[in-house]
Design a protein around this ligand. Structure first.
Ligand SMILES: Nc1ncnc2c1ncn2[C@@H]1O[C@H](COP(=O)(O)OP(=O)(O)OP(=O)(O)O)[C@@H](O)[C@H]1O
Ligand code: SF4
Ligand SMILES: [Mg+2]
Length: 322
């Protein structure tokens, strides 16, 4: 069943930065979508837009249908309800945002008391269950954040995200600040929770290898657009878009010693969203650009069944250019 359908989403910050420029996404319950791309390509902006968490004055267009209802058209009361019970975000480095002077159990219980309508005893019981679900002993509820390791704090953040039984979890770089072993544990935990509870998951990372390992489908973003989308393994191992190829080449493949010595890094930086290149925005960095690429904008085209990429070298256009 379709849980989330994003249509032609655009986000322009008050300073004119066009950070998201016509993104379409779809996510079923119980499935995991990875969103990849270099720093500044609009991944967090997309995540924040889904729950209307962008700064005042930001222009947002398009549709964000959560269970068929457009989040962008909801009144504030509905948006607040969605933020607690419909969808929740685990932020980049969020484990540092736990309140240092409150016990973690009280911090997990707070949204259950406020938004779940539970009494103190029921909230305490639920907190214990959530801690166990994320692999922490119930007794850790009495700990203060500084008494926990980084991995344990991130587990607490995940417990908080699950506190009101959301249908959708958005994880924005949930493991970036953790070491590799703990990162793997947290990723397995997220995977397990998604499959047990039939949640929808959007996992954001700049690391395609992590996403390919965790997610069913992958969307690769560049300059505020999805430039490639398809089954996660296929996109990682055999990207259709030159940017997707470069991005997957930029990370070593597990078990492939050769890739350690030959990462295909990409020259230059992603463009400034206030001053985007003409035509295909990737053209200044593209190793296979053609003469027309400076002029002609590109939208996703069908490259193979279930796979799309926004490049002149890929299939036939399925959406008219603007
Ligand atoms: N509040 C803001 N006002 C103006 N521009 C912003 C704001 N927040 C982000 N941007 C710009 O929007 C673009 C996209 O930023 P965003 O944080 O979504 O990127 P990202 O893909 O999440 O990057 P990272 O991997 O570094 O987290 C960037 O160019 C950024 O400078
Ligand atoms: S459309 Fe042109 S510039 Fe853009 S990715 Fe394809 S070949 Fe490169
Ligand atoms: Mg980000």
């Amino acid at each position: 069943m379709t849980l989330l359908e994003v249509r032609d989403l655009t986000v322009t910050y008050p300073n004119g930065a066009a950070a998201v420029r016509g993104v379409d996404l779809s996510l079923d319950s119980g499935s995991k979508l990875g969103v990849a791309g270099e720093s500044g390509c609009g991944k967090s902006t997309l995540a924040l837009a889904l729950l209307r968490l962008l700064p005042a004055g930001t222009e947002v267009g398009g549709e964000i249908l959560l269970d068929g209802e457009d989040v962008l058209k909801m009144r504030w009361g509905q948006v607040r309800a969605v933020r607690w019970a419909g969808a929740s975000i685990v932020f980049q480095g969020a484990m540092h945002s736990l309140n240092p002077v409150h016990r973690v159990g009280d911090q997990i219980a707070e949204p259950i008391l406020l938004h779940g309508g539970a009494g103190a005893a029921a909230a305490r019981k639920r907190t214990g269950e959530l801690l166990e679900q994320v692999g922490l002993p119930t007794a850790r509820a009495r700990a203060y954040p500084h008494e926990l390791s980084g991995g344990q704090r991130q587990r607490v953040m995940i417990a908080m995200a699950l506190a009101c039984d959301p249908k959708l979890v958005i994880a924005d770089e949930p493991t970036t600040a953790l070491d590799v072993m703990i990162q793997a544990q947290i990723l397995r935990l997220i995977e397990q929770l998604v499959s047990e509870q039939e949640l929808g998951l959007i996992m954001i990372s700049h690391d395609l290898a992590v996403l390919a390992d965790t997610c069913d489908r992958l969307a690769v973003m560049y300059a505020g657009r999805v430039v490639e989308e398809g089954p996660a393994r296929a996109v990682y191992e055999d990207a259709l878009h030159p940017y997707g190829k470069a991005l997957s080449g930029a990370f070593p493949r597990i078990g492939d010693p050769a890739s350690r010595f030959a990462p295909r890094g990409l020259p230059g930086d992603p463009p400034d969203p206030s001053d985007l290149p003409s035509g295909c925005t990737f053209h200044p960095r593209c190793p296979v650009a053609l003469d027309g690429c400076e002029v002609e904008d590109q939208w996703l085209r069908e490259g193979a069944p279930g796979r799309r990429a926004a490049c002149v070298h890929v299939g036939a256009a399925v959406r008219s250019t603007t």
